[in-house]
Design a protein around this ligand. Sequence first.
Ligand code: PEP
Length: 253
Amino acid sequence: MRKKIVAGNWKMNKVLDEAVALTSELVNMAKDEVRNDAKIILCPPAIYLTTIQKYIEDAPNFALAAQNCSDKVSGAFTGEISAQMLQSIGVQYVLIGHSERRQYFNETNALLAEKVNTALSFGVSPIFCCGESLEQRQNEDYIGFVKNQLTESLFHLSEEQLKSVVIAYEPIWAIGTGLTASAEQAQEMHAALRAHLASKYGAEVADEISILYGGSVTAASAPELFAAPDIDGGLVGGASLKSREFTNIIKAR
Ligand code: PEP
C-alpha cells in the first residue's frame, strides 16, 4: 500500500511566533478531526525545523521536511544546509527540485540527481518535484518533458533507493496561480509517470511510489484530486499557511 501524504510547503513565509502558532493549531485540529492515516509533512523554513519538531513530537502522523539541501556533503559552501545536518536533527524528508529552485536558482536535472544521492546517502527521503511550464503544456510533449525530469534525476537509483523517494507532480502553471490542474489532467500525468517508473523498475515497485499533486490545491479542489487512482496526496503551498484550510485538505485525503 502506498503512503498517503499531505505536505505543506511554507516557502519563505512566517516569523517564528507565527510558525509555532500554525503548527500548534494544526496538531490540535488534526488530533480532533483527522481520522484518516495520511502522513502530514510540514516543510517550514530550515531555521525553524528544530523548534517545530518539538511541537509535533507527540503527533506521530506528523513529520518534517526541509525545503532544500545541498548536493555537497560538507565544506566551504556558505549558507548551504547539508543532508547530514538534516539527518542529525531527525528530519526525514527534503523537497528536491521545487520549480522555484529550478527557476530562481538554476537547478538542473543533473544537479538534482546529485542532491537526491546526497539526501538518500544520509537517510533523508527526497520529495522530488517535477512539472511542466504553461508553454511546454501548450506547445510540446509535456508528458515526455516531465518523464525526462524523472529519467535524468532518478533513474540511476537502485530499486531500494527509489522506494525511499516521494514524487510530487507540480505543473508550474498551477503553482501559486490559483489555476489547479483538473483531476483528469493530474491523473493523466500521474498515470504516465507511474508507467514510466514501471518501464524501468517494474510495475510492483512503481505501484509502491507515492506521487503527490501540487499546484493551488485548496480544500475545495482536494477531494476530487485525491479521489483519482494515481494521486496519493498533495504538496500544498499557499493553502498550507492557514490551519483551517490545510486541515480540511488533510481530511480530504
Ligand atoms: C508549491 O509551492 O509546492 C505549491 C504547490 O504552491 P501552491 O499550492 O501555492 O500553488
